[in-house]
Design a protein around this ligand. Structure first.
Ligand code: F6P
Length: 368
Protein backbone atom coordinates (compact mmCIF):
# COMPACT_ATOMS: atom_id res chain seq x y z
CA UNK A 1 0.00 0.00 0.00
CA UNK A 2 1.24 3.45 -0.88
CA UNK A 3 1.38 5.93 1.95
CA UNK A 4 -0.94 8.92 2.17
CA UNK A 5 0.83 11.96 0.68
CA UNK A 6 0.57 15.36 2.22
CA UNK A 7 -0.31 17.88 -0.48
CA UNK A 8 -0.93 21.51 0.39
CA UNK A 9 -0.51 23.36 -2.86
CA UNK A 10 -1.00 21.80 -6.30
CA UNK A 11 -0.79 23.15 -9.84
CA UNK A 12 -2.95 22.35 -12.88
CA UNK A 13 -2.16 23.06 -16.52
CA UNK A 14 -3.80 22.29 -19.85
CA UNK A 15 -1.42 21.91 -22.81
CA UNK A 16 -1.56 21.22 -26.55
CA UNK A 17 -4.62 21.70 -28.74
CA UNK A 18 -7.74 22.50 -26.74
CA UNK A 19 -10.69 20.13 -26.69
CA UNK A 20 -14.10 19.92 -25.05
CA UNK A 21 -13.89 18.50 -21.53
CA UNK A 22 -10.77 20.33 -20.32
CA UNK A 23 -12.78 22.48 -17.91
CA UNK A 24 -14.66 19.42 -16.65
CA UNK A 25 -11.29 17.80 -15.84
CA UNK A 26 -9.95 20.94 -14.10
CA UNK A 27 -13.14 21.08 -12.02
CA UNK A 28 -12.92 17.38 -11.15
CA UNK A 29 -9.38 17.75 -9.77
CA UNK A 30 -9.95 21.08 -8.05
CA UNK A 31 -13.34 20.67 -6.38
CA UNK A 32 -12.47 17.64 -4.20
CA UNK A 33 -8.93 18.98 -3.71
CA UNK A 34 -10.41 22.15 -2.18
CA UNK A 35 -13.46 20.70 -0.45
CA UNK A 36 -12.12 17.36 0.83
CA UNK A 37 -8.42 18.12 1.35
CA UNK A 38 -8.28 21.92 1.78
CA UNK A 39 -5.58 22.23 -0.89
CA UNK A 40 -4.59 25.47 -2.54
CA UNK A 41 -4.92 25.27 -6.34
CA UNK A 42 -2.64 27.17 -8.70
CA UNK A 43 -3.70 27.35 -12.35
CA UNK A 44 -0.70 27.50 -14.70
CA UNK A 45 -1.63 29.63 -17.72
CA UNK A 46 -1.23 28.52 -21.34
CA UNK A 47 0.21 25.09 -20.70
CA UNK A 48 3.92 24.78 -19.97
CA UNK A 49 4.39 28.39 -21.20
CA UNK A 50 2.98 29.48 -17.84
CA UNK A 51 5.48 27.38 -15.92
CA UNK A 52 8.42 28.78 -17.90
CA UNK A 53 7.17 32.39 -17.71
CA UNK A 54 5.67 32.07 -14.22
CA UNK A 55 2.17 33.07 -15.31
CA UNK A 56 -0.28 31.64 -12.83
CA UNK A 57 -3.65 32.25 -11.25
CA UNK A 58 -5.03 31.02 -7.94
CA UNK A 59 -8.16 28.94 -8.47
CA UNK A 60 -10.75 29.17 -5.72
CA UNK A 61 -13.94 27.15 -5.48
CA UNK A 62 -15.93 29.83 -7.36
CA UNK A 63 -13.46 29.68 -10.26
CA UNK A 64 -13.94 25.97 -10.84
CA UNK A 65 -17.68 25.95 -10.23
CA UNK A 66 -20.01 26.40 -13.20
CA UNK A 67 -17.43 25.40 -15.83
CA UNK A 68 -18.47 21.78 -16.42
CA UNK A 69 -20.27 22.42 -19.68
CA UNK A 70 -17.92 25.07 -21.06
CA UNK A 71 -15.73 24.19 -24.08
CA UNK A 72 -12.07 25.28 -24.35
CA UNK A 73 -10.03 25.79 -21.19
CA UNK A 74 -10.27 28.51 -18.53
CA UNK A 75 -6.47 28.25 -18.13
CA UNK A 76 -5.58 28.80 -21.79
CA UNK A 77 -3.25 26.47 -23.66
CA UNK A 78 -0.36 26.40 -26.10
CA UNK A 79 1.10 23.81 -28.41
CA UNK A 80 4.28 25.78 -29.00
CA UNK A 81 5.52 25.74 -25.42
CA UNK A 82 7.84 22.80 -24.90
CA UNK A 83 10.19 23.87 -22.05
CA UNK A 84 12.79 21.35 -23.29
CA UNK A 85 12.73 22.85 -26.80
CA UNK A 86 11.58 26.43 -26.35
CA UNK A 87 11.38 28.30 -29.68
CA UNK A 88 12.89 31.76 -30.02
CA UNK A 89 12.49 33.79 -33.21
CA UNK A 90 15.64 35.63 -34.24
CA UNK A 91 15.56 38.94 -36.07
CA UNK A 92 16.61 37.25 -39.29
CA UNK A 93 13.39 35.17 -39.14
CA UNK A 94 15.29 32.10 -38.05
CA UNK A 95 13.98 30.05 -35.09
CA UNK A 96 16.38 28.66 -32.51
CA UNK A 97 15.46 26.27 -29.69
CA UNK A 98 16.65 26.48 -26.09
CA UNK A 99 16.22 24.15 -23.14
CA UNK A 100 14.35 26.22 -20.51
CA UNK A 101 13.36 23.25 -18.37
CA UNK A 102 15.53 24.49 -15.47
CA UNK A 103 13.47 27.70 -15.40
CA UNK A 104 10.27 25.65 -15.23
CA UNK A 105 11.76 23.54 -12.41
CA UNK A 106 12.76 26.68 -10.51
CA UNK A 107 9.25 28.17 -10.87
CA UNK A 108 7.62 24.91 -9.72
CA UNK A 109 9.72 25.00 -6.54
CA UNK A 110 9.36 28.76 -5.98
CA UNK A 111 5.58 28.44 -6.32
CA UNK A 112 5.79 25.83 -3.55
CA UNK A 113 3.91 23.21 -5.55
CA UNK A 114 3.63 19.72 -4.09
CA UNK A 115 2.27 18.27 -7.32
CA UNK A 116 1.43 19.32 -10.89
CA UNK A 117 -1.54 17.90 -12.83
CA UNK A 118 -0.81 17.98 -16.56
CA UNK A 119 -3.87 17.64 -18.79
CA UNK A 120 -2.72 17.06 -22.35
CA UNK A 121 -1.98 14.88 -25.33
CA UNK A 122 1.23 13.27 -26.50
CA UNK A 123 3.36 16.47 -26.55
CA UNK A 124 2.28 17.76 -23.13
CA UNK A 125 2.51 14.35 -21.49
CA UNK A 126 5.98 13.76 -22.98
CA UNK A 127 7.20 16.96 -21.31
CA UNK A 128 5.32 15.92 -18.16
CA UNK A 129 7.13 12.58 -18.15
CA UNK A 130 10.52 14.33 -18.47
CA UNK A 131 9.69 16.61 -15.52
CA UNK A 132 8.73 13.58 -13.47
CA UNK A 133 12.09 12.01 -14.34
CA UNK A 134 13.71 15.26 -13.14
CA UNK A 135 12.06 14.79 -9.76
CA UNK A 136 8.76 16.69 -9.93
CA UNK A 137 5.53 15.17 -8.62
CA UNK A 138 3.52 14.87 -11.83
CA UNK A 139 0.15 13.31 -12.61
CA UNK A 140 -1.12 13.05 -16.21
CA UNK A 141 -4.67 13.31 -17.52
CA UNK A 142 -5.22 12.32 -21.17
CA UNK A 143 -7.14 14.55 -23.56
CA UNK A 144 -7.22 14.69 -27.34
CA UNK A 145 -9.84 14.72 -30.05
CA UNK A 146 -7.53 12.44 -32.08
CA UNK A 147 -7.88 9.57 -29.55
CA UNK A 148 -4.33 8.51 -30.43
CA UNK A 149 -2.80 8.19 -26.95
CA UNK A 150 -1.50 4.77 -26.09
CA UNK A 151 -2.15 3.79 -22.50
CA UNK A 152 -5.86 4.63 -22.56
CA UNK A 153 -8.71 3.17 -24.59
CA UNK A 154 -10.27 6.62 -24.87
CA UNK A 155 -9.33 10.20 -24.15
CA UNK A 156 -11.93 12.89 -23.62
CA UNK A 157 -12.64 15.29 -26.47
CA UNK A 158 -12.93 12.46 -28.96
CA UNK A 159 -16.63 11.77 -28.42
CA UNK A 160 -17.49 15.44 -28.92
CA UNK A 161 -15.35 15.63 -32.07
CA UNK A 162 -17.13 12.57 -33.48
CA UNK A 163 -20.52 14.13 -32.69
CA UNK A 164 -19.52 17.42 -34.33
CA UNK A 165 -18.22 15.59 -37.42
CA UNK A 166 -21.30 13.36 -37.63
CA UNK A 167 -23.68 16.31 -37.41
CA UNK A 168 -21.73 18.01 -40.21
CA UNK A 169 -21.84 14.88 -42.39
CA UNK A 170 -25.61 14.59 -41.79
CA UNK A 171 -26.04 18.14 -43.08
CA UNK A 172 -23.75 17.56 -46.05
CA UNK A 173 -25.82 14.46 -46.90
CA UNK A 174 -29.03 16.32 -47.64
CA UNK A 175 -27.41 18.85 -49.93
CA UNK A 176 -25.31 16.16 -51.68
CA UNK A 177 -28.48 14.21 -52.45
CA UNK A 178 -30.38 17.26 -53.71
CA UNK A 179 -27.60 18.33 -56.10
CA UNK A 180 -26.42 14.84 -57.14
CA UNK A 181 -22.91 15.76 -56.10
CA UNK A 182 -19.99 13.98 -54.53
CA UNK A 183 -19.16 15.66 -51.23
CA UNK A 184 -15.76 15.18 -49.64
CA UNK A 185 -15.58 15.92 -45.91
CA UNK A 186 -12.09 16.32 -44.43
CA UNK A 187 -11.72 15.72 -40.69
CA UNK A 188 -8.89 16.38 -38.27
CA UNK A 189 -7.16 13.51 -36.46
CA UNK A 190 -3.50 14.00 -37.33
CA UNK A 191 -1.82 10.61 -37.93
CA UNK A 192 -4.80 8.57 -36.70
CA UNK A 193 -8.07 7.87 -38.50
CA UNK A 194 -10.30 7.43 -35.45
CA UNK A 195 -12.47 10.53 -35.98
CA UNK A 196 -13.00 9.84 -39.71
CA UNK A 197 -13.74 6.17 -39.08
CA UNK A 198 -16.27 6.76 -36.29
CA UNK A 199 -17.98 9.77 -37.86
CA UNK A 200 -17.90 8.12 -41.28
CA UNK A 201 -19.64 5.06 -39.89
CA UNK A 202 -22.15 7.08 -37.87
CA UNK A 203 -22.85 9.43 -40.78
CA UNK A 204 -23.15 6.70 -43.41
CA UNK A 205 -20.09 7.74 -45.42
CA UNK A 206 -19.82 5.75 -48.66
CA UNK A 207 -16.04 5.90 -48.64
CA UNK A 208 -13.84 6.44 -45.56
CA UNK A 209 -10.15 7.19 -46.06
CA UNK A 210 -7.80 6.93 -43.07
CA UNK A 211 -4.00 7.14 -42.74
CA UNK A 212 -3.73 3.54 -41.57
CA UNK A 213 -5.24 2.18 -44.82
CA UNK A 214 -3.60 3.88 -47.82
CA UNK A 215 -6.09 4.21 -50.67
CA UNK A 216 -6.02 3.23 -54.32
CA UNK A 217 -7.52 6.05 -56.47
CA UNK A 218 -9.09 3.47 -58.82
CA UNK A 219 -11.03 1.94 -55.89
CA UNK A 220 -12.52 5.32 -55.00
CA UNK A 221 -13.79 6.05 -58.50
CA UNK A 222 -14.99 2.45 -58.93
CA UNK A 223 -17.11 2.76 -55.78
CA UNK A 224 -18.70 6.01 -56.98
CA UNK A 225 -19.50 4.47 -60.39
CA UNK A 226 -20.95 1.39 -58.69
CA UNK A 227 -23.24 3.62 -56.62
CA UNK A 228 -24.31 5.35 -59.83
CA UNK A 229 -25.28 1.97 -61.33
CA UNK A 230 -27.47 1.36 -58.24
CA UNK A 231 -29.24 4.66 -58.87
CA UNK A 232 -27.35 6.62 -56.22
CA UNK A 233 -26.40 9.87 -57.87
CA UNK A 234 -24.47 11.26 -54.91
CA UNK A 235 -21.71 10.02 -52.61
CA UNK A 236 -20.18 11.08 -49.30
CA UNK A 237 -16.45 10.63 -48.80
CA UNK A 238 -15.02 11.11 -45.30
CA UNK A 239 -11.29 11.75 -45.43
CA UNK A 240 -8.99 11.97 -42.42
CA UNK A 241 -6.46 14.79 -42.82
CA UNK A 242 -3.64 12.21 -42.62
CA UNK A 243 -5.03 9.92 -45.35
CA UNK A 244 -2.68 9.09 -48.20
CA UNK A 245 -2.60 7.12 -51.44
CA UNK A 246 -0.78 3.80 -51.60
CA UNK A 247 2.90 4.55 -51.95
CA UNK A 248 2.20 8.26 -51.31
CA UNK A 249 2.84 10.70 -48.46
CA UNK A 250 0.51 12.62 -46.15
CA UNK A 251 -0.52 16.04 -47.45
CA UNK A 252 1.19 18.84 -45.55
CA UNK A 253 -0.54 22.23 -45.46
CA UNK A 254 2.29 24.08 -43.71
CA UNK A 255 5.52 23.52 -41.81
CA UNK A 256 5.77 25.73 -38.73
CA UNK A 257 9.41 25.71 -37.68
CA UNK A 258 8.72 27.32 -34.30
CA UNK A 259 6.40 24.52 -33.21
CA UNK A 260 7.58 21.38 -31.42
CA UNK A 261 5.10 19.63 -33.74
CA UNK A 262 5.96 21.49 -36.97
CA UNK A 263 3.81 19.55 -39.47
CA UNK A 264 0.31 20.96 -40.07
CA UNK A 265 -1.65 18.47 -42.16
CA UNK A 266 -4.39 19.48 -44.60
CA UNK A 267 -5.33 19.50 -48.27
CA UNK A 268 -6.01 15.82 -48.88
CA UNK A 269 -9.77 16.49 -49.21
CA UNK A 270 -9.16 18.80 -52.20
CA UNK A 271 -6.82 16.27 -53.82
CA UNK A 272 -9.38 13.49 -53.51
CA UNK A 273 -12.14 15.78 -54.86
CA UNK A 274 -10.04 16.70 -57.90
CA UNK A 275 -9.30 13.05 -58.54
CA UNK A 276 -13.01 12.17 -58.44
CA UNK A 277 -14.20 15.08 -60.58
CA UNK A 278 -11.53 14.47 -63.21
CA UNK A 279 -12.12 10.72 -63.38
CA UNK A 280 -15.93 10.57 -63.14
CA UNK A 281 -17.06 13.97 -64.41
CA UNK A 282 -19.37 14.28 -61.37
CA UNK A 283 -19.37 17.66 -59.66
CA UNK A 284 -17.41 17.24 -56.42
CA UNK A 285 -17.19 19.66 -53.50
CA UNK A 286 -15.02 19.74 -50.39
CA UNK A 287 -15.77 20.76 -46.80
CA UNK A 288 -12.87 20.96 -44.35
CA UNK A 289 -14.28 20.63 -40.82
CA UNK A 290 -11.05 21.72 -39.11
CA UNK A 291 -11.34 23.36 -35.71
CA UNK A 292 -15.15 23.07 -35.66
CA UNK A 293 -14.50 19.57 -34.34
CA UNK A 294 -12.73 20.91 -31.23
CA UNK A 295 -15.23 23.63 -30.38
CA UNK A 296 -18.34 23.90 -28.28
CA UNK A 297 -19.68 22.17 -25.25
CA UNK A 298 -18.54 18.61 -24.41
CA UNK A 299 -20.93 15.69 -24.86
CA UNK A 300 -22.28 14.03 -21.69
CA UNK A 301 -19.84 11.15 -22.35
CA UNK A 302 -16.83 13.50 -22.45
CA UNK A 303 -18.01 15.41 -19.36
CA UNK A 304 -18.26 12.14 -17.45
CA UNK A 305 -14.95 10.75 -18.75
CA UNK A 306 -13.11 14.01 -17.94
CA UNK A 307 -14.69 14.00 -14.48
CA UNK A 308 -13.70 10.38 -13.84
CA UNK A 309 -10.11 11.11 -15.00
CA UNK A 310 -9.89 14.21 -12.80
CA UNK A 311 -11.14 12.42 -9.70
CA UNK A 312 -8.78 9.49 -10.36
CA UNK A 313 -5.86 11.88 -10.90
CA UNK A 314 -6.43 13.49 -7.51
CA UNK A 315 -6.66 10.05 -5.88
CA UNK A 316 -3.31 9.09 -7.47
CA UNK A 317 -1.71 12.27 -6.16
CA UNK A 318 -3.09 11.85 -2.65
CA UNK A 319 -1.70 8.31 -2.59
CA UNK A 320 1.66 9.56 -3.82
CA UNK A 321 1.48 7.61 -7.09
CA UNK A 322 3.36 10.21 -9.14
CA UNK A 323 4.49 9.70 -12.72
CA UNK A 324 1.15 8.05 -13.51
CA UNK A 325 -1.60 8.97 -15.97
CA UNK A 326 -5.29 8.30 -15.35
CA UNK A 327 -6.68 6.07 -18.08
CA UNK A 328 -9.67 4.05 -19.21
CA UNK A 329 -9.39 0.31 -19.81
CA UNK A 330 -12.67 -1.20 -20.89
CA UNK A 331 -15.22 0.35 -18.53
CA UNK A 332 -12.73 0.84 -15.69
CA UNK A 333 -10.71 3.90 -14.78
CA UNK A 334 -7.18 2.99 -13.71
CA UNK A 335 -3.67 4.36 -14.28
CA UNK A 336 -0.51 3.70 -16.32
CA UNK A 337 3.02 5.04 -15.95
CA UNK A 338 3.50 8.17 -18.09
CA UNK A 339 6.36 6.38 -19.82
CA UNK A 340 3.85 3.88 -21.25
CA UNK A 341 1.40 6.55 -22.29
CA UNK A 342 3.55 8.62 -24.63
CA UNK A 343 5.80 8.34 -27.68
CA UNK A 344 3.79 5.54 -29.26
CA UNK A 345 0.60 6.56 -31.04
CA UNK A 346 -2.53 4.43 -30.84
CA UNK A 347 -3.54 4.04 -34.47
CA UNK A 348 -6.53 2.29 -36.05
CA UNK A 349 -5.58 -1.37 -36.65
CA UNK A 350 -6.43 -1.91 -40.34
CA UNK A 351 -8.00 -5.28 -39.49
CA UNK A 352 -9.95 -3.98 -36.48
CA UNK A 353 -13.54 -5.01 -35.85
CA UNK A 354 -14.76 -1.50 -36.62
CA UNK A 355 -13.05 -1.44 -40.02
CA UNK A 356 -14.53 -4.88 -40.78
CA UNK A 357 -17.96 -3.62 -39.71
CA UNK A 358 -17.64 -0.66 -42.08
CA UNK A 359 -16.74 -2.99 -44.93
CA UNK A 360 -19.68 -5.30 -44.04
CA UNK A 361 -22.18 -2.49 -44.55
CA UNK A 362 -20.70 -1.70 -47.95
CA UNK A 363 -18.47 1.20 -46.97
CA UNK A 364 -15.32 1.38 -49.06
CA UNK A 365 -12.08 1.99 -47.19
CA UNK A 366 -10.55 3.01 -50.52
CA UNK A 367 -8.38 -0.07 -50.87
CA UNK A 368 -10.59 -2.67 -52.55
O1 F6P B 1 -4.29 17.11 -32.02
C1 F6P B 1 -5.49 17.78 -32.18
C2 F6P B 1 -5.53 18.47 -33.52
O2 F6P B 1 -6.79 19.14 -33.63
C3 F6P B 1 -5.27 17.57 -34.72
O3 F6P B 1 -6.38 16.80 -35.08
C4 F6P B 1 -4.86 18.59 -35.75
O4 F6P B 1 -4.04 18.01 -36.75
C5 F6P B 1 -4.08 19.59 -34.94
O5 F6P B 1 -4.52 19.46 -33.60
C6 F6P B 1 -4.28 21.01 -35.38
O6 F6P B 1 -3.51 21.82 -34.57
P1 F6P B 1 -3.58 23.41 -34.60
O7 F6P B 1 -4.83 23.81 -33.90
O8 F6P B 1 -2.37 23.83 -33.91
O9 F6P B 1 -3.62 23.80 -36.05
Amino acid sequence: MATQHSLHKVGILTGGGDCPGLNAAIRAVAKPAILDYGMEIIGIKDGFAGLVQNKTVRLDYEDVSGILTRGGTILGTSNKADPFRWPEEKKEGETIFRDLSSLALKNYHELGLDCLFCIGGDGTLTAARKFHELGLNIIGIPKTIDNDLSGTDLSFGFDTAVLNATEAIDKIHTTAESHHRVMVVETMGRYAGWIALHAGLAGGGDIILIPEIPYDPACITAKIRERGRRGKRYSIIVVAEGAKAKGGEMTVDKVIESSPDPIRLGGIGRQVAELIETSTGIETRVTVLGHLLRGGTPTPFDRILATRFGVKALELAVKGHFGQMACLHGQEISSVPLSEAVNRLRLVPPDSALVKTAREVGTSMGDE
